[in-house]
Ligand binder design. Structure first.
Ligand code: UD1
Length: 421
């Protein structure tokens, strides 16, 4: 028996919603705990399936992991296993983030390659070439990526593209390397800054967090620490778009509003009144009167518009007044989401990296299938603007990224239920 969401369109979302720690941060921070012997504590962890999966993956490497509410306690032993090819590892899309810490700590790693993803191909060439510059040999064998090094040394590394995953792995290997590493064209996402902050608290010497050039002076060893995971800016954006699309009034807490500067600017351009609350977790409020206006979106690495928010941009454009152009520069297959939107009555066409969407007054309910976390959330947002009941299937994708999604939607006044099918 599986479950799906039934979304009855028409409600205006009104109220307050709390955002917890970022999925794209917590998994990397849990991996970073491998770098120091002893107990590392993470707070503000989101209640999503990937966290216990990562806990199992770390246990398979010899750690003890205790999850209690929003707290994760990870005790890392002096001797770690470097075989990250267990069943738990295989189930985890973000498994690749243990590669850098294991190479840093054990000088070798065997990591199960992450499973295929519906958003498109996810090559690892930059992870490999970065680790090779640090002195490791890497190759693919029996479905795993293998890395081995006599010892790691500092290096000058230029990334072809500011990849989050490659930046994280190279950074986590470089903190324990001998000498200084410079990563140029590094990713600048807030989750990278969060990781740099935690590594620095552990004793790493990193300069340039949040800029394109990260300089890492290697140290002999790191100490465990306690760290609070940053709020999830993608979940925050989801609520902002939901408010704008349903002509609602939503106050979002638990996220740094400046991590969403461009998102909030786009919502303003669409006609929303946006209030920003200064302070780390104070969030923002989006109020929309009337139909949103069409806006163009281009996905780019941070501080550009995040590819993870692209499905919400498409959903908004589908009901906006006018024509929008959406350009996807990171994951080509993300446009598959548009076929599901067309089932809901969206007037949309794609051509290569571009989608043109002519907004319609109202979408029309239909059964639709989520293909990844954000596409799934985007379909629910679209369902909120459709007549009748939209059935959204394959909701396990959505629940990988949104703790208490249905509960939060209902709290804001949406008519959404979980149905067994
Ligand atoms: C992370 C996020 C994901 C987000 C993405 C881009 C996690 C768990 N996932 O994924 O939600 O959509 O960043 O912001 O944090 N690339 C290569 N070679 C490589 C590595 C990447 O060509 O070695 C390409 C990718 O195909 C993609 C681009 O670089 O086109 C960016 O990918 P990257 O930033 O690495 O994404 P992830 O870290 O996998």
């Amino acid at each position: 028996m599986s479950e799906h969401f039934r979304v009855h369109g028409g409600a205006r979302l009104v109220g307050e919603v709390d955002v917890v720690g970022a999925k794209n941060s917590v998994l990397k921070l849990m991996a970073a705990a491998l770098l120091a012997e002893g107990t590392t504590t993470l707070t503000n962890c989101p209640d999503i399936l990937d966290v216990p999966l990562m806990a199992d993956a770390l246990r398979s490497l010899g750690c003890e992991v205790e999850l209690e509410g929003d707290v994760a306690r990870i005790t890392t032993p002096a001797e770690l296993s470097y075989h990250a090819d267990s069943e738990a590892m295989g189930k985890l899309r973000a498994s690749i983030c243990v590669l850098g810490p294991l190479v840093g700590r054990c000088k070798r790693a065997v990591v199960a390659l992450p499973g295929g993803d519906a958003i498109g191909s996810r090559p690892l060439d930059m992870h490999q070439s970065g680790l090779e510059k640090l002195g490791a040999k890497t190759w693919i064998e029996h479905g795993c990526i293998v890395a081995e090094a006599e010892g790691l040394h500092g290096a000058q590394i230029w990334l072809d593209f500011p990849s989050m995953g490659a930046t994280e792995n190279i950074l986590m290997a470089a903190v324990l390397a001998n000498g200084t590493t410079v990563i140029d064209n590094a990713a600048r996402e807030p989750e990278i800054v969060d990781l740099c902050l935690m590594l620095t608290q552990m004793g790493a010497r990193i300069e340039g967090a949040g800029t394109s050039t990260l300089t890492v002076h290697g140290v002999k060893e790191l100490q465990p620490t306690e760290h609070r995971v940053i709020g999830d800016r993608i979940v925050g954006a989801t609520w902002g778009f939901a408010a704008a699309m349903t002509r609602g009034d939503v106050r979002v807490r638990g996220v740094n509003p400046h991590h969403l500067d461009l998102v909030l600017e786009k919502l303003r351009m669409a006609g929303a009144e946006v209030t920003v609350y200064e302070g780390e977790d104070e969030g923002f409020r989006v109020v929309m009167d009337g139909r949103p206006k069409a806006v163009d979106f281009v996905t780019l690495p941070y501080p550009g518009f995040a590819t993870d928010n692209q499905p919400f941009a498409i959903a908004l454009s589908a009901v906006a007044e006018g024509t929008s152009m959406i350009t996807e520069n990171l994951f080509e297959a993300r446009f598959r989401f548009i076929d599901e939107m067309i089932r809901l009555g969206a007037d949309a066409r794609t051509d290569g990296h571009h989608a043109v969407i002519r907004g319609v007054e109202q979408l029309s309910s239909a059964p639709v299938w989520a293909s990844d976390i954000r596409a799934g959330a985007g379909l629910v947002l679209a369902g909120l603007c459709a007549d009748g009941a939209t059935e959204v299937y394959e909701i396990f994708h959505i629940e990988r990224g949104y703790p208490g999604f249905v509960e939060n939607l209902r709290k804001l006044g949406a008519d959404v239920e979980r149905v067994s099918s």
